[in-house]
Design a protein around this ligand. Structure first.
Ligand code: PGA
Length: 249
């Protein structure tokens, strides 16, 4: 059985005052039946992870460097994230692929570093609108998977997030059939590459305009084990609507 996962991606949002949202979640879910993860900006990681009240909520990073240490001004290693209290790190988000020119190989190298440091790598894949309209979605996802997912992946250290780029922050959501098609495809590719045992144990998240009012139907789709949530994870109240839906799924 895969344990479900509600992951919040705060992106470049939040200062110390926002830590109260994490404390609020921790208070609401002292004993959740799903994993709850918040990925705040790196400046908040240590405080978020070590706030006494926030212990029920896992925290994660949004990026890491592929090297363990060295002359890389402004970067953070996976080990540093881990040291600050992170259990996971989001890698290959489309905003990083676009803003920082991250290629599949870069994402793979970062994922290796994350796994070596004991973190779970949440590797994002997803097609652009143009690629979907050209009926290239599965080719794109397949290529991103083989290029970005390292050989050492297991059900513990890998989570795959399907995030169609055109659905991120837009309020547009694919149909349930479209989500199901991609998630089934990701599952079958994982099984083919890593064998059925590992392939079936990796959690698959859907991301892109997940809100409390569409979460239930999305969580009913086959091979959707949770969500990677941007905007609706910033406020505990909104994120709670999604966590509740996942707990009932
Ligand atoms: P969104 O972002 O929920 O605001 O669409 C999702 C993401 O980018 O992870």
């Amino acid at each position: 059985m895969r344990r479900k996962l509600a992951a919040g991606n705060w992106k470049m949002n939040g200062t110390g005052a926002s830590l109260s949202e994490i404390s609020a979640l921790a208070k609401m879910y002292p004993d959740a039946s799903v994993d709850i993860l918040v990925c705040p900006p790196a400046t908040l990681l240590d405080r978020a992870a070590h706030a006494e009240q926030a212990s029920a909520v896992l925290v994660g990073g949004q990026n890491c460097h592929a090297a363990t240490s060295g002359a890389h001004t402004g970067d953070l290693s996976a080990e540093m994230l881990r040291d600050a209290g992170a259990t996971s790190v989001i890698l290959g988000h489309s905003e990083r692929r676009e803003d920082h020119g991250e290629a599949n190989e870069d994402v793979r190298d970062k994922a290796r570093a994350a796994m070596d440091a004991g973190l779970t790598a949440i590797i994002c894949v997803g097609e652009s609108l143009q690629q979907r309209e050209a009926a290239n979605t599965l080719d794109i996802i397949g290529g991103q998977m083989s290029g970005s997912i390292p050989d050492q992946s297991t059900g513990e250290n890998l989570v795959v997030a399907y995030e169609p780029i055109w659905a991120i922050g837009t309020g547009k959501v694919p149909t349930l059939e479209q989500i199901g098609e991609v998630h089934d495809f990701i599952r079958s590719r994982l099984e083919r590459r890593f064998g059925e045992g590992v392939g079936r144990s990796v959690r698959l998240l859907y991301g892109g305009s997940v809100k409390p009012d569409n979460a239930t139907e999305i969580f009913g789709v086959s091979n959707v084990d949770g969500a990677l949530v941007g905007g609706a994870s910033l406020k505990a109240q909104d994120f709670a609507g999604i966590i509740d839906a996942l707990q009932k799924a």
